[in-house]
Design a protein. Sequence first.
Length: 500
Amino acid sequence: LKMQSATASRIAEDGHVSTIRAQDIRTGDRLLLAAGERVIADGVLASQAAELDLSLLTGESAPQTLAKGANIRAGALNLGRPIIIEAAARVQDSTLAGLARLLETAEQSRSAYVRIADRAARAYVPVVHGLALLAMVWGVWIGFSTHDAVMRAVALLIITCPCALGLAVPAVQIVAAGRLFRQGLLIKSGDALERLARIDTVIFDKTGTLTLGVPQWQDDPSVPRDVLAMAAELARASQHPVARALGRAAGDGPVCSDVVEVPGMGLEGTVQGKRVRIGRAAFAGAQDQQADDNAMHLWVSIGGSPPHRLTFADHLRPDAHAALRTLKDLGVQIEVLSGDRAAVVESIALDAGAESWAGEALPEDKIARVRALKQEGRVVLMVGDGINDAAALAEADVSISMGAGADVALAASDMVLQGGRLQTIADALALARAAQTRVRENLGFSILYNICAVPLAFAGLVTPLIAAIAMSGSSLVVTLNALRLARVQEKWTPVFRQDT
């Protein structure tokens, strides 16, 4: 909501444009939206056409062209000429405001995890103090001197000091968090590892999570390099994601100075004395022979020469296949949820190896799916990067956001993945399970140690010095056991190693 403007431009019946506060927008108001501005309230497009970036709502970077009468949701970004929207709801009732409420509700509904060691310590401390007092009273009762009785109580307090119990969980968490940090995974929530170890279902967003999130030109030898260079001169003047991808593919170069952008169609300008058009097939004078519905196509016409087709696609991250395969080996069910077209999502999901998928998913659809899985008894990890993922990230049992994602997604997640290496997620799950094993071992040792130590100290068979040595030794044992997690880490390749 912070991305939204605090004011709006309202068009009166006489055509006069005035600036009003966002909260003063009423149903039926005609609002003027300039290029580069976001839609502030849900409404209906009153202009003939508009090209909008819906990535904030759907997570997809490819713009959409809408015709007059189309419904437009708050949060959409106007990429073309100024447009007119007829408000269909107040700002506080908009889709974006509803998304914020979903996020707040999801954050409040997350279960509170209390660490095992903390629960044990609450009962452990008063019991030990009571035993020490009992040992002292009993010693005096059976005839020991007050000094000996007090020493017996002191020895019991020292030998049963809950250092080992207190270190059982934190020592493991510190070692595990350090290993994951070197892998590029930052843990924000103290109990995230405990929850991660129980995960049996992972939901991935598509764009920017499973994929790189940036359109890339599919190098085509049939496209002459001079055609690519001339088209890039026009493309560098536009902020359209595909145009920017074309500019990157051609490299650095000049920018056309007389570019005209036709909303929903493309760009037109003069390059090297020739009229150049890039955009849709009809705009470039071509018959669209689109062979791959899962790709994005840009047509280029130069003067009277036949148009050329440039193909762009968003690719899987390099380690996506290996990461999902490892997750499957760990017994995890994998799903893909995305706001992109169903055909595109299916193609990416099948390529990555996911077991189920759904396209054209709105933020409320994602959070509904997470809730449905939890009601089935599944423990869900959500991985996403956009504002549209934030509510689902907050609702999931554990959540990981991509480091380059939206601020609200970063805030809603338990962990942040830097560097984009998906294999780190699988490694983190394996480490979390190993860490829980170490925690159980440490807690088991701490309990066994106290079962043996308390009777000895109570009977007066342990001096305070021996008790201190035993207490220190127990703490050392649980710490060394936690450090065994390094064996799990050794087989990984740190994502930052190439930088050191």
